[in-house]
Design a protein around this ligand. Structure first.
Ligand code: ADP
Ligand code: DP6
Ligand code: CO
Length: 377
């Protein structure tokens, strides 16, 4: 008996223009467009294996070795169902002489028997096992890499010749930010206007090779699970924050245009200014929520102060900003900077946030796009 199994990895992405708010919670359609940088595979990633077998009696999911319930009608169930639907479509499209079964579901087994590849896969249940090589649900975008890896592994299992944008439509229904992890480099999630969500997808703004000197320094302030999940936090913001309404109407559209232009022009100073302002506004909107949400802590704020001072000195010298902090829904800092400044910034952080012996050894060795540091206040 053949075993059908496929493994795929996806990296996290860290937004410069933050997604925070849904206009449709079921389809996961956002209240604003967003833009992020996808980090290298080698560092923060999810690796997911999907297996289909006729003996399986239900779809099941293990996350970091522990079984998670797949809720009926929930996000994971939706992603699996959508991928099975694409597989079915693909098999039917490859059988041009066979009658289409779309309107006659009771004929489906006949068609599937005639699939000469013997891949009746879309009818089998799947078992999915995923591992994150970094803290889960701690504000380091595990839902982004997680759902991107999940749909990618199913796309491989089902041998679907689909584009990253098509897969992004499905990953989006698992976790909004996941749609951006289907592309490397600089990626926009266009909010779209259609009620069915078919134009709410990820598009590449520029590949990583466009600006290979762009680096991200990950400062892990805490790897604890966050108190308020992104999903519930942003819903509360939509329901209670007047500042969010101002942000989505009057701030984000211009920022999306400006940061895309800065990326195209490799204008780090502008990129940094917009990234830091958008992180600040996202956390302001969280604070404007009732009851308020605090994702940053004192160490997060101390890192902001350090980067602000570092940039002030650099601007004074006429060099422009050299670093940009950004925080997702958690206390952990991501610092974007150009390769030439990585060493200096790591030394600066080391000076103000002393590490345990050897804790930084890896940091200097990693030049592939992202460096990880554990920061203690
Ligand atoms: P984060 O800041 O890490 O993205 P979220 O609150 O947005 O935190 O989402 C965390 C949730 O995402 C987890 O509780 C889990 O349900 C889901 N998730 C995380 N990693 C994976 C994965 N590898 N595969 C499937 N789902 C995952
Ligand atoms: C602050 O994508 O995790 O990281 O769609 O409900 O799963 P759901 O939320 P999620 O939210 C991410 C919020 C953010 C900003 C961003 O990544 O754009
Ligand atoms: Co998330």
């Amino acid at each position: 008996m053949a075993v059908y199994e496929a493994t795929a990895s996806a990296p996290v992405n860290i937004a410069c223009i933050k997604y925070w708010g849904k206009r449709d919670t079921k389809l996961i359609l956002p209240t604003n467009s967003s833009l992020s940088v996808t980090l290298d595979q080698d560092h923060l990633r999810s690796t997911t294996t999907s297996r289909a077998d006729p003996s399986f009696t239900e779809d099941r999911l293990w996350l970091n070795g522990k079984e998670e319930e797949i809720k009926e009608g929930g996000r994971t169930a939706t992603c699996i169902a959508e991928m099975k639907r694409l597989r079915k479509q693909e098999v039917e499209d490859k059988q041009p002489n066979e009658p289409k079964v779309k309107n006659h579901p009771h004929h489906a087994p006949q068609i599937l028997r005639s699939d000469h590849l013997g891949l009746q896969l879309s009818t089998h249940h799947v078992h999915i096992a995923s591992f994150n090589n970094f803290p889960t649900a701690a504000g380091l975008a595990s839902s982004a890499s997680g759902f991107a890896a999940l749909v990618s592994s199913l796309a491989q299992l089902y041998k679907l010749p689909v584009s990253p944008s098509t897969l992004s439509l499905i990953a989006r229904q698992g976790s909004g930010s996941a749609c951006r992890s289907l592309f490397g480099g600089f990626v926009a999630w266009e909010q779209g206007t259609l009620p069915d969500g078919s134009d709410s997808l990820a598009v590449e703004v520029a590949p990583q090779s466009h600006w290979p000197d762009m680096h991200a320094l990950i400062c892990v302030v805490s790897d604890d699970k966050k108190g308020t999940s992104s999903t519930s936090g942003m819903q509360r913001t939509v329901e209670t924050s007047p500042l969010l309404q101002h942000r989505i109407k009057h701030v984000v559209p211009q920022r999306m245009a400006d940061i895309s232009a800065a990326i195209r022009a490799r204008d780090f100073d502008k990129f940094a200014e917009i990234t830091m302002r958008d992180s600040n506004q996202f956390h302001a909107v969280a604070l404007d929520t009732e009851p308020p949400i605090f994702y940053m802590n004192d160490v997060s704020r101390a890192i902001i102060a350090l980067i602000v001072e570092y940039n002030r000195v650099s601007v004074e010298k006429g060099l422009g900003r050299k670093a940009a902090y950004t925080y997702d829904a958690g206390p952990n800092a991501v610092i974007y900077t150009l390769k030439e400044n990585v060493k200096e910034i790591v030394e600066l952080i080391l000076k103000y946030f002393p590490q345990r012996e050897g804790a930084f050894k890896d940091v200097f060795g990693l030049l592939g796009g992202v460096d990880v540091a554990k920061v203690e206040g």
